[in-house]
Design a protein around this ligand. Structure first.
Ligand code: SF4
Length: 356
């Protein structure tokens, strides 16, 4: 990439890191892959300030990967306690054991092999390989993803694996090409530091950024738009049986929904997960009063994460004062003053109209 001002992106990141980046964190004073790996795993979902104490305690108890591998899992989990995301601790322990059993106690030197170890994803593998072995490989953690998407004006949706792959290719193309021994650790650290201190999610400090002359998002004035990532919603389908009980006065039996979940706290007709439970309930209704049972047209109600397939059954002529454990008889005049879910209101209105 040719740059109008101040050298390539990589050169500017390296120079900025030396002058203005973070250079005094304990894991920056070493190229020992055990220490770098430990810090990278701890930093994955935790702030630097919290990690500092834990990092020191771990190293005091487990000075090398063999000591960690030999420790009982309970002790590792105990030391991790308070850092959260305990899968990280379990993978940390398994990874140490695998480094000892399969790699003779030495971390592999290539990102590709590192990424085969438990708990080490592509970006963490890249960080270890770049910091410890100066391998020319990119990282793409959340901070770096933000910097690069803004720099490049990369607005493709990163929820798509294909777009994510394209961003990795861009990240690879931007890597330093000279003096890799020094430049790779500096550049990798520089991108992390930029994302953590300058190119922050809200109100990035672009005036301090070494990349502002070539940053597309800065030029367009919309850095906060990046990165673009829609959440993929996994849709579920659910089937509900609705029991619409109507008494001779034309009132409908309504219950209040639980305080959490769909239609929380609203009034609704009794809902059953399957028709067997619905029929069990119907069998308890007094039948001497001339009940009429009618299966109504099923319909689908679409929620954000779910499709509700609703199967209403209308039972008229119910004389029971208390047909189910909780609920109350409410007439059409009261429906508008209580919270009713839209599809239930529509169902009741339709049912009401058809009965006249
Ligand atoms: Fe981020 Fe601003 Fe730098 Fe662009 S100029 S990389 S938006 S801090």
């Amino acid at each position: 990439m040719s740059e109008a001002m101040g050298g390539s992106v990589a050169e500017r990141v390296v120079a900025w890191q030396m002058a203005s980046g973070r250079n005094h964190l304990p894991w920056q004073q070493t190229r020992d892959p055990y220490r770098v790996w430990l810090s990278e795993i701890m930093l994955q979902q935790t702030q630097v300030s919290t990690v500092l104490d834990y990092y020191a305690r771990f190293l005091a108890r487990f000075p090398d990967v063999a000591a960690l591998a030999a420790a009982p899992q309970d002790e590792v989990m105990g030391l991790w306690s308070g850092l959260g995301y305990y899968t990280r601790a379990r993978n940390l322990h398994r990874c140490a054991q695998q480094v000892v059993s399969e790699h003779g106690g030495a971390f592999p030197r290539s990102a590709e092999v590192l990424a085969t170890l438990p708990g080490i994803g592509r970006s963490t593998a890249g960080a270890i390989a770049a910091f410890c072995f100066s391998q020319r490989v990119p990282i793409l953690d959340a901070n770096v993803r933000r910097v690069l998407t803004r720099l490049l004006g990369f607005d493709a949706d990163l929820a798509s694996a294909r777009n994510e792959k394209v961003l990795w290719e861009h990240a690879q193309a931007l890597l330093p090409v000279h003096d890799l021994e020094n430049a790779m650790p500096r550049y990798t650290q520089g991108l992390m530091d930029l994302g953590a201190t300058v190119c922050v999610p809200r109100a990035p400090r672009c005036e301090l950024c070494p990349l502002n002359h070539s940053c597309v998002a800065f030029k367009k004035g919309d850095p906060e738009r990046y990165p673009v990532k829609t959440r993929k919603l996994s849709r579920r389908s659910e089937s509900w049986q609705l029991l619409v009980l109507r008494n001779p006065q034309g009132q409908v039996w309504l219950q209040r929904r639980p305080g959490t979940g769909i239609w929380a706290g609203m009034h609704c007709v009794p809902i059953f997960e399957d028709s067997a439970s619905l029929h069990r309930c119907m069998e308890t209704l007094p039948s001497a009063s001339g009940l009429s049972v009618q299966e109504l047209q099923p319909f689908v109600h679409v929620l954000t994460h779910r499709d509700l397939h609703l199967h209403p059954v209308l039972v008229t002529g119910v004389a029971a004062a208390q047909p189910t454990e909780d609920g109350e008889w409410l007439g059409a005049g009261q429906w508008s003053s209580i919270g009713l879910p839209a599809p239930i209101r529509k169902l009741l209105d339709t049912t009401q109209a058809s009965l006249w």
